[in-house]
Design a protein around this ligand. Structure first.
Ligand code: FES
Ligand code: FES
Length: 153
């Protein structure tokens, strides 16, 4: 069955069942493999994309529902907040193995878009669902603060 979804500003055709998780449509059909599979149960955040500007777990969104959404993946994220996050991530060497980092960057960018100078509590709340098995949490927090500084400079 063919569905049209809007991904990174483009209309894309996906031939898959209506209940196929958006994550698999992105990865297997559209080859946007920056979005990762971790748990498939909304528990890890590895699959985070932006849906209509807010972070969402793509493993939980049926393809049929995704036809009504504007989806942005790590490959398409842009804007000053995303640039500041990327710069801070590089400067502070935030990733370790890197597996969780697409999801971390999507959540961190959405946080900065909503709040220019997040507190530690804001960061803890916004990043709560993004698990990092390498425990880079302290660098993620520092990276978000650094990105806020870059944006304010
Ligand atoms: S794979 Fe979606 S939250 Fe873990
Ligand atoms: S950097 Fe390895 S899981 Fe987060």
């Amino acid at each position: 069955m063919a569905f049209e979804i809007n991904v990174n500003g483009q209309a894309r055709q996906v031939d898959a069942g209506p209940d196929t998780p958006l994550l698999w449509a992105l990865r297997d059909e559209l080859k946007l493999t920056g979005t990762k599979f971790g748990c498939g149960q909304a528990l890890c955040g590895a699959c985070t994309v932006h849906v209509d500007g807010a972070p969402a777990r793509s493993c939980q969104i049926p393809l049929a529902d995704a036809t009504k959404m504007k989806i942005v993946t790590i490959e398409g994220i842009a804007g000053k907040e995303a640039e500041a996050i990327r710069a801070a991530w590089r400067e502070l060497d935030v990733p370790q193995c890197g597996y969780c980092q697409s999801g971390q960057i999507m959540s961190a960018t959405a946080l900065l878009q909503a709040k220019a100078k997040p507190t530690d509590a804001d960061i803890d709340e916004a990043m709560d669902g993004n698990v990092c098995r390498c425990a880079t949490y302290h660098r993620i927090r520092a990276g978000i603060h650094r990105a806020a500084e870059i944006l304010g400079a």
